[in-house]
Design a protein around this ligand. Structure first.
Ligand SMILES: Cc1cc2nc3c(=O)[nH]c(=O)nc-3n(C[C@H](O)[C@H](O)[C@H](O)COP(=O)(O)O)c2cc1C
Ligand SMILES: [Fe+2]
Ligand SMILES: [Fe+2]
Length: 394
């Protein structure tokens, strides 16, 4: 496959088709790409690296474009090891390399890899002249870590955006959105956003504002396709899902050990549908990885959570879901709660605590029932679903 993005700019990344989990947590059934880029000029620069364990594959990609020993710069947009694992090997092969990154990145370079020599610290608006290419740096802290920046290639109007505008999924035999099918990546882009960079929605919005002054022809992120045909579409997607612009749909996340809570789930779903709601997703927290629960909830404005009581708190898979929504700051949902118990109860209380923390707007007090739900309690479940679905229409 042709690896050229523009004259003298090459993709030298790798496809990860062997790990099941990204960050040892998030499922990647479609794999993942770690994109790295090489600019050849009077001075040559590598933009980001790849994960350790892919060094051989990576060096094979670089080799046709010149020896690592002749590289001048490594631009460090982001220090997470999925992009920096190869740095020690690069430094071993080329002791004259200069690593270019933010102040914070220089601290991480030392802490992660003991790299202290040949480090150049840059700030927003600083530039690096490679000959006929000028790199301009834009600090974008917390997209995805505090040290993060993006790099803009002025002459060609290419934005090397790091994790921003990235997505899960390998690059199968092509590099660009128009080759690979942009639409195919959108669902996974939302899952990636919610899982990885969504927690920093406010800073993502800040980064988007900073980028407005740049003319961007191509977005080249560290994960997923290079956006040359429709960079505006991935920017729109990131803008929408980092600004609370979720869809008018409802996600029901529930758990149930023996089926009592599940009975109410069915009624809640029917209640939501009774309003004419089209976009409804029911997920069982015991059988669905939190990555997908979070992504489904991230996508839709309405969220209803149901859980039996388990040792005076929520059922563990539901507790786990609630914890991840707090860690990833899934704010501002229109929400409902239902919960079952055998004696003292406690599941609904735990969901309420999360709702409070994340400013979820509850349409009513929780629908609670002892063991087998009565006909009245089933009706209350239906009503809960109906109310949440009604509320998101307005
Ligand atoms: C392992 C386990 C722990 C439980 N702990 C509590 C508890 O601490 N307090 C309580 O009120 N009910 C407790 N229950 C009872 C369940 O919450 C109750 O039977 C509920 O209706 C089960 O709903 P489900 O069939 O949807 O799982 C527990 C049940 C199990 C199996
Ligand atoms: Fe990252
Ligand atoms: Fe990354």
């Amino acid at each position: 496959m042709a690896h050229e993005i523009k004259d003298d700019i090459y993709w030298v990344g790798v496809n990860d088709r062997r790990n099941d989990l990204f960050e040892s947590y998030w499922p990647i059934p479609n794999g993942m790409s770690y994109n790295s880029y090489l600019i050849k000029d009077e001075k040559s620069a590598l933009i980001d690296g790849v994960k350790g364990g892919f060094t051989e594959d990576f060096l094979r990609k670089v080799q046709p474009h010149g020896a690592v020993e002749d590289l001048d710069y490594v631009i460090v947009n982001h220090m997470e090891p999925d992009h920096t694992g190869v740095f020690p090997e690069l430094r071993r092969l080329n002791s004259g390399l200069t690593f270019v990154g933010t102040e914070k990145a220089s601290e991480l370079l030392e802490n992660f890899y003991g790299i202290t020599q040949g480090v150049e610290v840059v700030e927003t608006n600083d530039t690096l002249d490679l000959g006929s290419h000028t790199l301009e740096f834009v600090e974008t802290p917390f997209v995805h870590w505090p040290e993060t920046m993006m790099t803009y290639l002025r002459e060609e109007e290419v934005l090397f955006s790091g994790d921003g505008f990235g997505t899960y999924g390998t690059l199968d035999g092509g590099l660009f959105d128009d080759q690979l099918g942009a639409e195919k990546y959108f669902d996974e882009a939302v899952r990636y956003l919610s899982n990885i960079v969504g927690a920093y929605s406010a800073t993502l919005q800040g980064a988007l504002a900073k980028l407005k002054r740049l003319n961007i022809e191509i977005i080249a992120p560290t994960h997923g396709p290079i956006w040359r045909d429709s960079p505006d579409k991935i920017v729109e997607l990131y803008d929408k899902y980092s600004s609370g612009g979720a869809l008018p749909g409802v996600t029901i996340v529930h758990g149930s050990m023996y089926g009592f809570t599940k009975k109410v789930t069915e009624r809640v779903a029917q209640g939501a549908r009774s309003t004419g709601l089209q976009d409804l997703k029911v997920l069982d927290a015991s059988r669905t990885h939190p990555s997908y629960l979070l992504s489904a909830a991230w996508k839709r404005r309405g969220l209803i959570v149901g859980s039996p009581t388990y040792e005076s708190r929520a059922f563990p898979p539901i507790s786990n879901f609630l914890e991840i929504t707090e860690k990833k700051k899934l704010k501002d949902r229109i929400a409902g709660i239902f919960g079952s118990y055998g004696w003292g109860g406690g599941s609904a209380r735990e969901i309420e605590e999360t709702a409070e923390t994340l400013d979820w707007d509850l349409v009513s007090s929780p629908v609670e029932f002892n063991g087998q739900p009565s006909e009245d309690q089933l009706k209350n479940g239906f009503e809960l679903g109906r109310q949440v679905a009604e509320a998101i229409k307005n």
